[in-house]
Design a protein around this ligand. Structure first.
Ligand code: NDP
Ligand code: 2IT
Length: 451
């Protein structure tokens, strides 16, 4: 039995339902790195894999807050501090009713390898709550964030653990969290990233993940000898921070993004998405995408209730490049088949693990250029690290400086991934390249730091 099989059997025994997505993320990594483990015994000798898949600590706490009608509400908060071999724990906070320990372990585990791959001095973590921001007033969001930080502040710090945003957590939430941290500690620390610009945020942090995913794709297409994105139809899922900025960058470089989606349905606008309207609907009015067709009668809105089982209609629109940017496991095998049938050339994961393992396998077997999340969406956390640097040195970098550093970082990650894949005999396999390169850097640091 191979190392990969032994390890996977062990984790299979331990993984309950709540850990399903965590197990999914681990399994992919274990298969990818098996050749490395087999060729270099030091990783087994130092028990790196066994140590890497167990978080340093999982902090779980109660969050009690008062809604606008003075009803007492109780949620659960978490911070999974996974690994700090390369630098302080770093990773986002997710506020969504689906949040549980398993989801945060999957996201935290991915974050270790993503942050390692970025080449920056940051470890991996993730946190959040099952709190649902939908339909809550501004004051309710503020009260929840304050209550959440009342507990979280004990475990974080600018050299310890630096949370940021993720699903349901953007500049507004980070602002309230920062305000509460400052009140409790009397310390004006860069303890969170993704802060609004006026009090320490970095220019371009909101745009970074979506822009970075497009920069990565351009480089990958170049390395793989494919045509650029200019003039090409692209499909994007999601209508949040990552999706909207991917659409923005695609439009800036002359591509034509024609779709977006939210948790209620999807839009197909064959003339290209109206970005200004999308921003108003999602960032200002925080409303459903169904509103889009009120002013754009030529666009199509399909509500989720009309989706066929296991098919996401975004992936049935013919495109040159696809960008899943909403959430995990939103692109399954049947969707991958639709993309292939319609002539898609590349798939870039803007969201974390949006493609199922079966979808990834099918896409790769058809030689579709496939950019995995931990490489393609690392632009967000990279600019978070730039924000930490700016805060530590009390400097403010220009938009142009951050943008050029982001582009350079994404190109470097892409090249490192492609070269690593080639070195390990799996040329063109960006999943294996990313997993091996990410694992190696953090594993070597763990060995050097001792147990
Ligand atoms: P947002 O909350 O800004 O947007 C999320 C979008 O996805 C919304 O349009 C939301 O719909 C939709 N969505 C969320 N959950 C579901 C679901 N279960 N089914 C269908 N649609 C869903 O989050 P982000 O854009 O920040 O995050 C999107 C993805 O990108 C996540 O996987 C996140 O982990 C990842 N990511 C984010 C980074 C960042 O910097 N923010 C960095 C790297 C990765 P609705 O509008 O209806 O809520
Ligand atoms: O998944 C991710 O990389 C993020 N949500 C961003 C993390 C960060 O610390 O900026």
């Amino acid at each position: 039995m191979s190392i990969a099989e032994i390890e996977i059997q062990k984790f299979e025994r331990e993984s309950g339902d709540v850990n399903k997505v965590f197990y999914q993320a681990m399994e992919e990594v274990i298969y990818s790195i098996a050749p490395l483990l087999e060729s270099d015994p030091k990783y087994s000798k130092y028990g790196i894999l066994e140590r890497l898949v167990v978080p340093d600590r999982v902090i779980k706490f109660k969050v009690v807050w008062l809604d606008d009608n003075q009803n007492i509400k109780v949620n659960t908060g978490y911070r999974v501090q996974f690994n700090n071999a390369l630098g302080p724990y770093k990773g986002g906070l997710r506020f969504h009713p689906s949040v549980n320990e398993g989801i945060l372990k999957f996201l935290g585990f991915e974050q270790i390898l993503k942050n390692s791959l970025s080449g920056l001095p940051i470890g991996g973590a993730k946190g959040g709550s099952d709190f649902d921001p939908k339909g809550k007033s501004d004051f309710e969001i503020m009260k929840f964030c304050s209550a959440f930080m009342t507990e979280l502040h004990k475990y974080i710090g600018p050299r310890i653990d630096i949370p940021a945003g993720d699903i349901g957590v953007g500049g507004r939430e980070i602002g309230y969290l920062f305000g509460e941290y400052k009140k409790i500690t009397s310390s004006y620390d860069g303890v969170l990233t993704g802060k609004p610009y006026i009090f320490g945020g970095s220019l371009m942090r909101p745009e970074a993940t979506g822009y970075g995913a497009v920069y990565f794709t351009e480089k990958m297409l170049e390395l793989e000898g494919k045509e650029s994105l200019v003039g090409k139809i692209c499909t994007v899922s999601g209508a949040g921070n990552v999706a909207i900025h991917a659409i923005e960058k695609l439009q800036q470089i002359g591509a034509i993004p024609v779709t977006c989606s939210d948790s209620q349905g999807m839009i197909y606008d064959s003339r290209g998405i109206d970005l200004e309207l999308l921003k108003v609907l999602k960032f200002e009015r925080r409303t459903s995408l169904s509103e889009y067709v009120k002013t754009h009668l030529e666009a199509q809105y399909t509500p989720c209730s009309e989706y066929q089982t296991n098919i996401h209609p975004v992936w049935d629109i013919p495109c040159y490049a696809a960008f899943p940017c909403a959430t995990q496991n939103e692109l399954c095998e049947a969707d991958a088949q639709n993309l292939i049938t319609n002539g898609c050339v590349s798939v870039t994961e803007g969201a974390n693990m949006p493609s199922t393992p079966e979808a990834v396998a099918l896409l790769q077997s058809h030689k579709i250029c496939f950019a995995p999340a931990k490489a393609a969406n690392a632009g967000g956390v990279a600019v978070s690290e730039f924000e930490m640097s700016q805060n530590a040195s009390m400097q403010k970098w220009s938009f142009e400086k951050v943008d050029s550093k982001l582009k350079e970082t994404m190109q470097q990650i892409c090249t490192r991934v492609a070269l690593t894949a080639k070195d390990y005999g799996v040329e063109g396999n960006y999943v294996d390249g990313a997993n091996i390169a990410g694992f190696k850097r953090v594993a070597d640091a763990m060995i050097a730091e001792g147990i």
